[in-house]
Ligand binder design. Sequence first.
Ligand SMILES: [Zn+2]
Length: 64
Amino acid sequence: MTEAITKKPKTRTVHGTLPSHVHRDPDSNEPWQCNSPYCTDIEAVHPDNGGPGPVVMGYEPWRR
Ligand SMILES: [Zn+2]
């Protein structure tokens, strides 16, 4: 696991110790890191730019 991204997004999108992957914001073209196990698309709008945000393991909305 590496922290290769230099631009830190404001909203935290990596939680816990699951392996992370990098999304690309289709609007700003900026990469952002996330480690939700539920992502299906690499192209995803960052939560700070209006995206829904990754689903955090243990806080799945369908389990609440
Ligand atoms: Zn993700």
